[in-house]
Design a protein around this ligand. Structure first.
Ligand code: CA
Length: 227
């Protein structure tokens, strides 16, 4: 038995799958919309999410992107679109598997079991090293020059997100949407404030950066100190 979250706006499909998956012994929660689904996912921490692509408030692909910024929960995409390139893109974007509509509950259940089996034997997310900065996403710990750095969960998520693409500028808008889950972020000071806290903990300043480099008007990047 697994704890599942079904994000699907079609009431008939939702009801059918809810009943069928519960009959197969799973505990199933359901959301009819993307943002509500995201909130439920973060609050309930399900074992696996079944995600419909065509949702009323946000495209399922966008939701997958936001989810992947904060969680490694397995995701199976349920879609009416079966173009191969689309599926490859979704798998690249972090989906674990997909089913093409119409599918039966038995087919979906088989995929769910396969993905969960894979998950239990999957390796932990690897430690990221940038210069003397080591970020362990599994343990959520950060080490700088051999010393542990105490970060808040948000500071960790911010640093981790930047560390996924070292040397590349990430826009503040992207950070707002992926770390804070603000889908249409206003240009507020949230990112700047957290960046300045993070800098202090890493022992650097905006004027004398080592790892965190602001690119004015564009965003910020994490890179190895040049010295
Ligand atoms: Ca739909």
């Amino acid at each position: 038995m697994a704890r599942l979250l079904l994000i699907e706006d079609d009431p008939a499909i939702r009801a059918t799958l809810l009943r069928a998956l519960r009959e197969r012994g799973h505990a199933v929660a359901a959301s009819p919309a993307a943002m509500e689904g995201l909130q439920t996912a973060l609050a309930e921490k399900p074992d696996l999410i079944v995600l419909d692509l065509g949702l009323p408030d946000l495209d399922g692909r966008e939701l997958l992107r936001m989810l992947r910024a904060v969680s490694r929960v397995p995701v199976i995409i349920a879609t009416a679109r079966d173009e191969e390139t689309e599926m490859v893109r979704l798998l690249d974007a972090g989906a674990d598997d997909y089913v093409v509509k119409p599918f039966t509950a038995a087919q979906l259940d088989a995929r769910i079991r396969a993905v969960l089996r894979r998950g239990t034997s999957a390796e932990e997310s690897p430690t990221i090293t940038v210069g003397n900065l080591r970020i362990d996403p599994g343990a959520r710990t950060v080490n700088l020059d051999g010393n542990a750095v105490e970060l808040t969960p948000r500071e960790f998520d911010l640093l981790h997100h930047l560390a996924l693409r070292p040397g590349q500028v990430v826009t503040k808008r992207e950070l707002l949407s992926e770390v804070w889950q603000v889908p249409y972020g206003s240009t507020d000071k949230t990112v700047d404030v957290h960046l300045s806290w993070l800098r202090r903990k890493l022992g650097e300043t905006a004027q004398q950066p080592r790892y965190l480099h602001t690119v004015r008007g564009v965003g910020v990047k994490l890179s190895e100190p040049s010295s």
